[in-house]
Design a protein around this ligand. Structure first.
Ligand code: RBF
Length: 162
């Protein structure tokens, strides 16, 4: 959804299933907290807007994005219908950021493939802080909103398959 000029908060409201009764876990990284807090706000408010009860949203924090893998892998074992992993990795002076992004992307992909509930990829990977701000409620919208809508759609996908 990071297509050029695509606003992450733009979606067809009629395409989103009713999320009443859905239980959702959100695991949030503390690194770049100004960004991840804004992503969390977006995700939480969009879930609630579509019918998820505040008490059915479980929020857990982990130190950095790399820990999202462990965090999400523990949360998928709980009584939840889906898990959103939120983090922000900003390019630094060393290749460290690339290893973190690769690790998180692989770890979350693997969870998606082997676990029973959907894990939503809410990792922002940017070249600088401005790009991150643009995607955390700035001019590109809020990736947290997009994650919430994706979570609802994927949970509904699973429900329809049964
Ligand atoms: N975690 C993030 O969520 N975002 C970052 O941009 C980020 N940059 C890091 C840069 C360096 C040099 C190091 C050592 C860690 C960074 N981390 C970052 C933390 C990482 O995800 C993890 O918490 C730690 O490496 C401990 O496992």
């Amino acid at each position: 959804m990071a297509t050029k000029n695509h606003n992450l908060s733009d979606y067809d409201i009629n395409s989103v299933p009713n999320a009443e009764g859905m239980k959702i876990g959100i695991v949030v990284a503390e690194w770049n907290e100004n960004i991840t807090a804004a992503l969390l706000d977006g995700a939480r408010s969009t879930l609630i807007k579509h019918g998820v009860k505040p008490e059915d949203i479980t929020i857990m924090t982990v130190p950095g994005s790399f820990e999202l893998i462990y965090g999400a892998s523990q949360m998928v074992k709980k009584e939840l219908d889906g898990v959103i992993a939120i983090g922000c990795v900003i390019r630094g002076d060393t290749p460290h950021d690339r290893y973190i992004c690769q690790g998180v992307t692989y770890g979350l992909s693997r969870l998606n493939a082997v676990q029973d509930i959907p894990v939503i990829y809410g990792l922002i990977t940017t070249l600088d802080m401005q790009q991150a701000e643009d995607r955390a409620g700035g001019k590109m919208g809020n990736k947290g909103d997009e994650c919430a809508v994706t979570a609802i759609k994927m949970i509904d996908f699973k429900r329809k398959l049964k």
